[in-house]
Design a binder for this molecule. Structure first.
Ligand code: DOR
Ligand code: ZN
Length: 348
């Protein structure tokens, strides 16, 4: 019999679903393997009020394939105008389970994000009081800061003061890409956690830039040097509860990525679980895959583990994943890990 590994059904604690036809096209890719996902609010226009979150949640629920028990978990997009009462209402009613902080201009649809962090002090204090986690896109946008340093500078200049000034605030540093971020999380207690994407476990900056520019590997935060990728692999596979899966799977139409000014994002919803099995196997840590993808995040967000299981099986031949997903508006390229993968999700 071929090798298999059976894990509690996983959660994706950082996912972009978009809306409209794109939502309908990409959602089944996630619901086929994941029981829950934390849905990012960077729509155009963004999900900034409890009412926006309610309508977006309803739209997602309507798009869930029949027979699936997938549960979207919602976030609110923090702006300098966010009303702490509205946020508290959304959190206390269970409509949202976190709020997302985008520094203005840091990434896709972040133009309503925060420019002056003092202007969100009251909201952050309220979040600390009610226990609502803050998910952060941890990059500064100062044009004078080199793009490869933007995460570590954010940690020093923005995140450290926020944490010091807001005792009790629970923070998830999203899609970390540096050893600096890993070390920062390790130096704190359980109120600080980090998500790690699938693609950052596979690519370093050479994959994007050597031998021609590869727009499908361009995402934000941009992949860094190999030493950083290795630090992310070590953290993910370590069974440390502060690190968990948030794929940041971010669909963009191919013509918008393969352009003079291409969009940031890797679409990994389709093949994330087999790719993770590969990484964990390489690290001799297959038994830790369940913690990273199914337990640590649930523990952080204080929700029960999923019922049901997902089985991954080793294959004799390399698995051929679809190259792209067809949507009514065009194709979305599926992330290519660049190495042969010998794992697939077993049909139950
Ligand atoms: O690469 C990215 N794509 N990083 C983000 O932070 C946002 C995302 C998107 O929404 O496309
Ligand atoms: Zn994201």
């Amino acid at each position: 019999m071929s090798e298999t590994i059976r894990i509690i059904r996983p959660d994706d604690w950082h996912l972009h679903l978009r809306d409209g036809p794109m939502l309908k096209a990409v959602l089944p890719e996630t619901t086929q393997h994941f029981a829950r996902a934390l849905i990012m609010p960077n729509l155009e226009p963004p999900v900034i009020s409890s009412q926006d979150a309610q309508s977006y949640r309803d739209e997602i629920l309507r798009a869930i394939p029949e027979g699936s028990d997938f549960e979207p978990r919602m976030t609110l997009y923090l702006t300098e105008e966010t009303d702490p009462d509205d946020l508290a209402k959304a959190y206390n009613s269970g409509l949202i389970i976190a709020a997302k902080l985008y520094p203005v201009g840091a990434t896709t649809n972040s133009f309503s994000g925060v420019r002056d962090f003092d202007k969100v002090r009251a909201v952050l204090d309220r979040m600390a009081k009610i226990g609502c986690p803050l998910c952060v896109h941890g990059e500064v946008t100062d044009p004078n800061v080199d793009i490869f340093d933007r995460e570590s500078v954010f940690i020093d200049k923005i995140l450290t003061p926020i944490i010091t000034q807001t005792p009790g605030l629970r923070v998830v540093v999203e899609h970390i890409t540096t050893k600096d971020a890993v070390d920062f999380v390790l130096a704190h207690d359980k109120d600080l956690a980090a998500t790690i994407t699938t693609h950052h476990l596979f690519i370093n900056r050479n994959h994007i830039l050597v031998g021609g520019i590869r727009p499908h590997y361009y995402c934000l935060p941009v992949a860094k040097r190999e030493e950083h990728r290795l630090a992310l692999c070590a953290a993910s596979t370590s069974e440390d509860h502060r690190f968990f899966l948030g794929t940041d799977s971010a669909p963009h139409l191919d013509h918008l990525k393969e352009a003079a000014c291409g969009c940031a994002g890797c679409f990994t919803a389709t093949n994330t679980m087999p790719l993770l099995a590969h990484i964990f196997e390489q690290a001799n840590a297959l038994l830790n895959l369940e913690g990273f993808s199914s337990r640590h995040g649930a523990d952080f967000y204080g929700v029960p583990f999923n019922t049901g299981q997902l089985t991954l099986e080793k294959t004799d031949a390399p698995v051929r994943f679809p190259k792209s997903l067809t949507t009514p508006q065009g194709d979305v390229t599926v992330f290519d890990p660049g190495v042969e993968i010998y794992w697939q999700v077993a049909k139950e």
